[in-house]
Design a protein around this ligand. Structure first.
Ligand SMILES: NC(=O)C1=CN([C@@H]2O[C@H](COP(=O)(O)OP(=O)(O)OC[C@H]3O[C@@H](n4cnc5c(N)ncnc54)[C@H](O)[C@@H]3O)[C@@H](O)[C@H]2O)C=CC1
Ligand SMILES: O=C(CO)COP(=O)(O)O
Length: 335
């Protein structure tokens, strides 16, 4: 049995707490708001996220990261990508963080705007965590379905095989199964960029298009995301796996996805601010789209779907106007 500390107490943190508890571990969620910590400790429910899900007696919560981190065998980061740097800056001032030797597992799917850094790079640079201790988990993992104990698969990527295998063992349950992989770059790019493609697919849905259009966006989206990942040093087959195709399909097809739903609202004519107001949590693709576009430019990878999404988000075009732009590109071979 391990002591697990999850930094964050939102949708994914709550669902993953249940996974770790089901795997037999003690879990402490580190929340920002006392109302969440009290709800988890006194009633075994997170009152703000997945509030109908029973968390059981082995899941506790605190608002104090020092208490959460004390004695942790596994530290899990489950925060929005654009807030990770600020949070890590604070953690890096704490002796309990600086002296820790536990694996640090990132559940975060985004790229930092401004720096265009992957989350494991931010964890290493700002958190001072050596690469060998970092693992990332990604896959078709819609939080609600996992919290409901529906069968789900995922990937744990780590540079250090022993760390990946340890995390894999620690999160195996009858309904959650993780595979290991050594392609951290591929898994992080796949997890971040699929949110941008899901925004585009959502726009297509909002415009009223059928499955041909949506499947075409998913397929060409995967092609473009894989090309970026490969250019950055990831492996092509990662994008055909759970963290690539698997997560892309789940996110683009599910009404539970915040990114797809955000895109759908834009497709129906809502503005970015209105769509954000209605979102049930962070839609990472909104900020990450600019970073992915910048990476595509830097690595000279053609990503017209991502560029189009950025144009819409920055108000320079509309989802409907994007359709002829994508359809009337220069004809070319598929591969
Ligand atoms: N919800 C899902 O189904 C899945 C989410 N993810 C990823 O996990 C990450 C977190 O997502 P969710 O839990 O769904 O988001 P959420 O919006 O449900 O919760 C975010 C959590 O972060 C906290 N937070 C926000 N800003 C903060 C700050 N400045 N400092 C400290 N804490 C802060 C919030 O209080 C909340 O506890 C994202 O990168 C997302 O893409 C990955 C797989 C599945
Ligand atoms: O990453 C996810 C599923 O794997 C969650 O997607 P959303 O953030 O779009 O809800």
């Amino acid at each position: 049995m391990a002591q697990c500390c999850i930094l964050g107490a939102g949708n994914w943190a709550t669902a993953f707490a249940r996974v770790l508890a089901d795997a037999g571990h003690d879990v402490t969620l580190v929340a920002r708001r006392p109302v969440i910590a009290d709800g988890v400790n006194q009633r075994h429910h997170n009152p703000s996220y997945l509030s109908d899900i029973e968390l059981g007696p082995t899941v506790g919560a605190t608002t104090d990261p020092v208490r959460g981190l004390a004695g942790a065998d596994l530290v899990v980061l489950a925060l929005p990508a654009q807030h990770l740097r600020g949070y890590l800056r604070h953690l890096a001032t704490l002796p309990v963080w600086r002296d820790a030797t536990a694996p640090v597992l990132s559940l975060v799917k985004g790229i930092e705007t401004g720096t265009d850094m992957r989350m494991s790079e931010v964890i290493e640079q700002v958190g001072g965590v050596p690469t060998a201790r970092i693992a990332v988990l990604s896959g078709p993992n819609l939080a609600r379905e996992i919290a409901e104990r529906q069968p789900s698969l995922s990937v744990v990527a780590a540079r250090e095989a022993a760390v990946g295998e340890l995390v894999q063992q620690w999160c195996l349950t009858p309904s959650f199964r993780a595979y290991t992989l050594d392609d951290v770059v591929g898994v992080e790019i796949a997890g971040a960029a699929k949110n941008v493609i899901a925004l585009a697919v959502g726009m297509g849905e909002g415009l009223g298009y059928g499955h041909n259009a949506l499947a075409s966006l998913i397929t060409r989206g995967l092609h473009q995301v894989a090309a970026l990942g490969e250019a950055m040093g990831g492996r092509r087959e990662t994008f055909a796996g759970l963290a690539g195709l698997g997560d892309l399909v789940a996110t683009c097809m599910s009404p539970l996805s915040r990114n797809r739903t955000f895109g759908e609202r834009l497709g129906r004519g809502l503005g970015v601010e209105e769509a954000a107001r209605e979102s049930r949590g962070v839609a990472e693709g909104v900020a990450t789209s600019r970073a992915v576009r910048d990476l595509a430019r830097a690595y000279e990878v053609d990503m017209p779907i991502v560029s189009g999404v950025v144009e819409v988000l920055e108000g320079r075009t509309s989802p409907a106007a994007l359709v002829p732009v994508l359809m009337q590109r220069e004809p070319k071979p598929e591969w």
